[in-house]
Design a protein around this ligand. Structure first.
Ligand SMILES: *[C@@H]1O[C@H](CO)[C@@H](O)[C@H](O)[C@H]1NC(C)=O
Ligand SMILES: *[C@@H]1O[C@H](CO)[C@@H](O)[C@H](O)[C@H]1NC(C)=O
Ligand SMILES: *[C@@H]1O[C@H](CO)[C@@H](O)[C@H](O)[C@H]1NC(C)=O
Length: 483
């Protein structure tokens, strides 16, 4: 008789935990002082950090690129030498190293309130302007996985803050808007924080201790809560996902940051649309990533990418962690292009987004010595966990209903049908879900977004595509996901 009673007690405990977690989130978000005291803490952290960023500004000339690395696909088997395309490597090495050393020492010695709320878990993202409708579609899909994790959505400045969206539509969906420029008070115009740079600042100033970062066009296929309480996250505190490309950081970067350059076969470059981070173990990683991003456009982006595709913030997190000797887990399973095919190229998907892997299943393989990137026959591929739906984004106010949605015959078609193996790893008809969410946003929030104010007929266009493809019995789901 003990067992059932234990189960009941456990269920009560879980229910109480869920209720109180929900309650405290709501209570805190409504307590007038909560925001102001957190904002005081953020202001103090920013004041401290800003003076360190200025004090340890990379001195001397900026790196200059000569040529570039091109499109170096990652190869886990045959090692290639790391290329140098920094023309003035000898000139920048010492001054940048001195500044880097100084910043690293300063953050190691730093005793500052970290401005997050211990014990909290959530999702952080950023979107403004034309990314806001995209974010909304992704958010509806996130909630459909059963996730009730609170979301903090960062916007660059008040010009991106849309009161109706932030105050009426988003709060019931568990999203709070945060305006970054209000935190970064006194930031000089000569050094704007924008584009890729926003991400590391949003992560640093989010109130969560542990979080999943999602770009506005990244969508989990399953409830992501489990990722934040499982290996490989719990023992490393930082999980990154791979890009198609090799790590192309310049040799001189490894001198500057005093770390050994990893062999080209070790891991891919990062695709930072998705990331898991714990500030309990990686707060300094985040500070150093902020340093790399603050000085990104002039100094660190060219050093870390040397002209590789997708240059920007993507590899700053990984390198910041290794420079500080902090553990991380980089998902090994390759990222896969998702798309449809054309008569000209019937076997290869036209890139229209890609899938990223379940880190729990990936770790289950690699921790048993099974590296599919070296030998794909050692195991079945792990399941897909995220779709990065960036090309086109699911925003009918942008180029969603363009060329990629016209099939061989010029008629409306599905976007994601290939490769079959990737469709199998997704496991259900995810594109139908995307269109349902897109239709919901286009048809119930058509007047909500600033960037949609000048558009007309978005709901009609999406509904017409839906009817032509998803209500047309002749256009079934791709076989492997028909169930
Ligand atoms: C919190 O509220 C109290 C009373 O309402 C006020 O005296 C106090 O200054 C507030 N604290 C902050 C940090 O705003
Ligand atoms: C890990 O892999 C083993 C088989 O290799 C499997 O039995 C087990 O269910 C997997 N665990 C997870 C969490 O995927
Ligand atoms: C790849 O793995 C399979 C199955 O584990 C094995 O039989 C084969 O020898 C491996 N191939 C190489 C090139 O190591």
């Amino acid at each position: 008789m003990l067992a059932p009673r234990r189960i009941i007690l456990a269920a009560l405990a879980i229910a109480f935990f869920l209720l109180s977690a929900n309650y405290s989130w709501r209570r805190m978000s409504h307590r007038p002082n909560w925001t102001s005291s957190l904002s005081d803490r953020r202001a103090r952290l920013w004041e401290t950090l800003r003076s360190l960023l200025e004090q340890y500004a990379p001195d001397g000339p900026q790196p200059t690129l000569r040529g570039g690395v091109g499109l170096p696909r990652f190869n886990a088997i045959s090692e290639t030498a790391r290329e140098n395309h920094i023309a003035n490597a000898d000139e920048i090495r010492l001054p940048m190293q001195v500044a880097h050393d100084g910043f690293v020492q300063a953050i190691r010695d730093l005793n500052v309130d970290r401005a997050y709320i211990p014990g909290t878990v959530g999702i952080v993202s950023s979107a403004g302007g034309s990314y806001l409708p995209t974010f909304m579609v992704s958010l509806l899909l996130l909630r459909q996985t059963g996730s009730d994790l609170p979301v903090e959505l960062f916007m660059k400045d008040s010009s991106e803050y849309e009161p109706h969206v932030c105050e009426v539509i988003l709060p019931p969906l568990g999203v709070k808007c945060v305006v970054l420029s209000e935190i970064l008070a006194g930031q000089d115009d000569a050094h704007p924080i924008e584009g890729f740079q926003i991400k590391s600042f949003a992560m640093l100033f989010s109130s969560f201790e542990k979080f999943l970062w999602l770009d506005a066009d990244c969508v989990p296929l399953h409830n992501p809560a489990a990722l934040l309480r499982s290996e490989p996250f719990i023992s490393t505190g930082l999980v990154t996902w791979p890009d198609f490309w090799a790590n192309t950081a310049a040799p001189v970067y490894f001198d500057i940051s005093r770390q050994p350059a990893p062999p080209s076969t070790t891991r891919q470059a990062t695709e930072a649309g998705i990331l898991l981070l714990s500030k309990e173990t990686h707060f300094l990683t985040l500070l150093l990533a902020v340093y790399y991003n603050y000085y990104g456009p002039e100094y660190y982006y060219p050093l870390l990418g040397q002209g590789a595709p997708g240059a920007g913030d993507k590899d700053t997190f990984l390198h910041a962690a290794t420079a500080l000797n902090n553990k991380l887990y980089s998902v090994s399973e390759a990222v896969v292009d998702l798309g449809n095919v054309t008569p000209w190229n019937p076997d290869t998907a036209v890139n229209a987004g890609y899938i990223q892997t379940d880190p729990i299943q990936d770790y289950n393989l690699t921790s048993h010595g099974k590296w599919r990137v070296q030998n794909s026959t050692v195991s079945k591929p792990p399941r897909a966990f995220f779709v990065h739906a960036g090309d086109p984004e699911f925003n009918p106010g942008k180029s969603l209903l363009g060329d990629k949605l016209r099939g061989f015959d010029g008629q409306p078609t599905r976007l994601w049908t290939h490769p079959p193996k990737a469709m199998e790893r997704i496991g259900y008809d995810v594109e139908r879900k995307f269109w349902e969410a897109t239709m919901q946003v286009a048809c119930t929030m058509e007047l909500a977004f600033e960037t949609w104010k000048s558009k007309t007929g978005l709901c009609d266009d999406v509904q017409a595509h839906w009817k032509a493809v998803f209500e047309n019995p002749e256009k079934g789901a791709p076989n492997s996901t028909a169930g």
